[in-house]
Write a protein that binds this ligand. Structure first.
Ligand SMILES: Cc1cc2nc3c(=O)[nH]c(=O)nc-3n(C[C@H](O)[C@H](O)[C@H](O)COP(=O)(O)OP(=O)(O)OC[C@H]3O[C@@H](n4cnc5c(N)ncnc54)[C@H](O)[C@@H]3O)c2cc1C
Length: 427
């Protein structure tokens, strides 16, 4: 009898705590977001001897958003301008993630990738990419059609293609699980699932869905919502987010022989997307995609999902960008067309001419990137943005592709900033 009264009381108390938010915890480091960026930063802090870390994750399980919904390609660092954070972190991140997969038994296939030119016009873009890869110090080779046939017998190109041996595919969910169990094992950090950052309360205290939490330093790695969290700290005010949905199709089991590794087109340099490509996953399934269509909700994975007042803002932002940025306009028109099966097929067939409509089936796989726009300039932000704020908070914004590949290198950089400051304060 006593036990049942106790259970009723504790259930009531738990509910009440959630509603009024009286639970008070404190930690040295509070990480908002348990995607790959948040987990990699937590792991790096632990490796450097930090303690008492809380990770807030609003979902009930790992990988509900970008980190569990991507192509699983470990990029080599070919595309990014040499002075960019993307180039810096992607190249080192590729090596670190490869080592992590090997050491932790996470599936990885070091299959390489080719980038092909579907017309004479694209040849110039291909050569520019090869020069960029060389400047970035990334191993890549300009190959001819005969050499391409040896690597990818069913791919086609106009005269030349790029071969990147350092590109691999891996299992992103496997990485998330391995990282989270490593974090748990230390006993020095905990991931609180089903617990959302709600808003800032005052200096070094935030409201969460499970009550107040005090912190020494806060790391915002909230992915699709990172700009919203940053605004609470008056950070990143010049940026606005536009969500872009990526959907995929798949090759039927019988036609997976058409692709051995990764076949990519030459991307439009004005856009941060790489174009529809073929990727053979570690399970042997071959995905084609992702598209990059603007959607009206940050988590709008399905028709009419996650629509609300903010949708009007996204509509307005899309319309403004459509008018002011020619690259955005061209991309929007061509991407929307890709939702028509016939257009998607004809784009894919440019890379693999033997592809037939019956080789393609639809796929449930979808993912959303929250792309930042510099609203003053009305320009898409091509690089990652890391903002440090006086109140001991650091904000990782625009963690778009290849942020999974880059995550472990990124984490080192964030830890350097956080701990360097701590060392100064201790002096
Ligand atoms: C279609 C697609 C294909 C891609 N392909 C590749 C690829 O092949 N290779 C590559 O390197 N990269 C790829 N990327 C990019 C990569 O997946 C992302 O850049 C990366 O996963 C971002 O990680 P993240 O931790 O910042 O975000 P997320 O994975 O979105 O994690 C953020 C987490 O924060 C949580 N959160 C948000 N708000 C709150 C809050 N208020 N309180 C608590 N928790 C909160 C979310 O629930 C989420 O789990 C792709 C992305 C997409 C969408």
């Amino acid at each position: 009898m006593k036990r049942s009264i106790y259970l009723i009381y504790t259930r009531f108390a738990r509910k009440r705590t959630r509603r009024v938010g009286v639970m008070k915890k404190s930690c040295d480091f509070l990480v908002v977001g348990g995607g790959i960026v948040g987990l990699a930063i937590t792991n790096e802090l632990l490796l450097r001897g930090c303690n008492n870390i809380i990770v807030l994750e609003k979902e009930k399980s790992l990988g509900a958003h970008s980190s569990g919904r991507n192509s699983g390609v470990l990029h080599a660092g070919i595309y990014y301008t040499p002075d960019s954070l993307k180039a810096r972190y992607c190249i080192e991140g590729n090596r670190l993630m490869r080592d992590f997969c090997r050491e932790n038994g996470v599936a990885i296939s070091e299959c390489g990738k080719v980038i092909v030119a579907d017309s004479e016009e694209k040849l110039e873009g291909l050569q520019a990419l090869q020069q960029r890869a060389q400047r970035n110090g990334v191993e890549s080779y300009l190959i001819d059609e005969k050499e391409l046939a040896e690597i990818e017998p069913h791919a086609a190109t106009f005269e030349k293609a790029i071969y990147s041996p350092a590109t691999s595919v891996f299992d992103p969910m496997g990485v998330l699980e391995a990282l989270s169990s490593r974090i748990k094992k230390t006993g020095k950090a905990s991931v609180l699932f089903d617990t959302a950052f709600v808003r800032k309360k005052n200096d070094r205290v935030v409201f969460t869905s499970a009550g107040e939490i005090g912190y020494g330093k806060l790391i915002n790695a909230a992915g699709l919502h990172a700009d919203v969290v940053a605004r609470q700290f008056e950070v990143g005010l010049r940026y606005r987010a536009i969500p872009f949905m990526g959907s995929y199709r798949e090759l039927t089991k019988k036609s997976t022989y058409l692709v051995r590794g990764n076949i990519y087109p030459v991307p439009d340099p004005r856009m941060p997307f790489l174009g529809v490509h073929f990727t053979r996953s570690t399970s042997g399934r071959v995905f084609i995609g992702p598209t990059a269509v603007p959607v009206l909700g940050r988590e709008s994975y399905g028709f009419l999902e996650d629509l609300g007042l903010e949708s009007f803002r996204f509509l307005y932002r899309n319309a403004s960008m459509f008018v002011s940025d020619s690259g955005f306009r061209v991309n929007a028109l061509s991407e929307v067309k890709k939702h028509l099966g016939s257009h998607f097929y004809s784009e894919a067939r440019k890379l693999v001419p033997g592809l037939l409509p019956r080789h393609l089936v639809s796929s449930a796989k979808t993912g959303i990137r929250s792309q930042l726009v510099d609203w003053k300039e009305k320009k898409l932000v091509m690089d990652y943005v890391v903002c440090k704020e006086e109140e001991d908070t650091i904000h990782v914004l625009n963690a778009i592709s290849p942020a999974f590949t880059s995550s472990m290198s990124f984490a080192k950089h964030v830890a350097d900033i956080l701990l360097e400051e701590e060392a100064h304060q201790a002096q």
